[in-house]
Design a protein around this ligand. Sequence first.
Ligand code: ZN
Length: 496
Amino acid sequence: MKSHQLKLYNTLSRKKENFQAINPPFVGLYVCGPTVYGDAHLGHARPAVTFDTVNRYLTHLGYRVRYVRNITDVGHLQGDADEGEDKIAKKAKLEQLEPMEIAQQYTDSYHRDMALLNTWKPNIEPRATGHIPEQIALVEAILKEGLAYEVNGSVYFDTLKYNEKTPYGRLSGRVIDELMSGSRDLDGQSEKRNPVDFALWKNAAFEHLMKWDSPWGVGFPGWHLECTAMSSKYLGNNFDIHGGGMDLMFPHHECEIAQGNACNHKDPVNYWMHNNMITINGQKMGKSLGNFITLQELFNGDHDLLEQAYSPMTIRYFMLTAHYRSTLDFSNDALKAAQKGYKKLINGLRIAKMLEYQASDVAVDKKQIEQIESSITNAYRAMDDDFNTAQAIGHLFNLLKKINSMYTGQLESAALGEETFHKLINTFLTFVEEILGLVEEKSDSQNKMINLLLKLYTEAKMARDYDKVDEIRAGLKDLGFVVKDMKDKIDWAYEE
Ligand code: ZN
């Protein structure tokens, strides 16, 4: 394992802490996955990219990460509340399909979009409907502890009673008295003893589509309970990292902490990590605001707010240029700038793969070596400081300058010495492809075709057929490539 001291910001303690795995080199990482009732949108992409990068960097450091990300296919009700229609069942009725057809369709499209964003698959991807017995067992355990009660076939968590021994609200910083006075039972019909209580199991009405037998009658599990059941099954009752979007902090994650403590008398998670939200032109994203953009719309440019299509790697790069705890604002200008930055980095990647060390009698340049060493150290330092990808990318661009100088002949590889040369190339490639997950977007035949055109270009140039030369150059430019006429070679690059 690499000797890095990784620091990460723990939402629970509200400070950066030195990361210490419970059982190194193993790390348990649980991330709340999507509720599969619609196409994945920007709000799905940010946690996926954030925790993919966490997974990648931990893996790079030598940890063996067990990454568990669930699929919520039951129990997530409208408004994230305890009353209301199941989001998947509602969509199923609308489209006249089985709820499981809806869940399958949107699980598949989620997987397609996550693959395009080059995120690693989770090691385990449990579905809530596949873990009903585990959820029933959890409800029984909480009842046995005296921290839940049954009413008319539903079981609720007794938050006030739990709070007598273990404070509720530590993660989100909410105080139970304020929660009590701030929430009203609007219709006076609630079965709950207190408005801060939440459902562990809900009795299902006759027309309810997804329901199972339980000791309390036919019903379905509460949304918060699902994540406790699945995380504890695959990662244990106390595991390393739990991640998700900030919008899940309350009540979802707060309830997970309460459920875990109620059953096992200990905190379920050591480090809570939350990515911040995305805004669009400075506004919160929402269906009613007309600025709700799915990933497919973004990739195809198929939305009124979009001036063009933005590729999956442009989106990934854009997300990495901000720290995951900062808000990130989407606009056409910001995305175009990201597209430029991504192409710059990928042009560097192509060059770095082509460059070879060439021994010569040129003197070793100590200053150059120092600059490279310090950029490498700083790139790691940025990642060690709560996964600061934004800063790491800045240091990568410093390395890229050196790579470009060697490409144009301003800097000889021999001036770096063989060791530094290889360290520079390897670090750059490792960071871009392996840690940040940014790869060249191309079809297999793309490079072959460009090289063929460059051959024709060179021939036309030698034959002094300048019309042909201009035609090829303009044609490639239309496709997003620039021809580079250099002293001793002809090459191409992505237009930045
Ligand atoms: Zn969850």
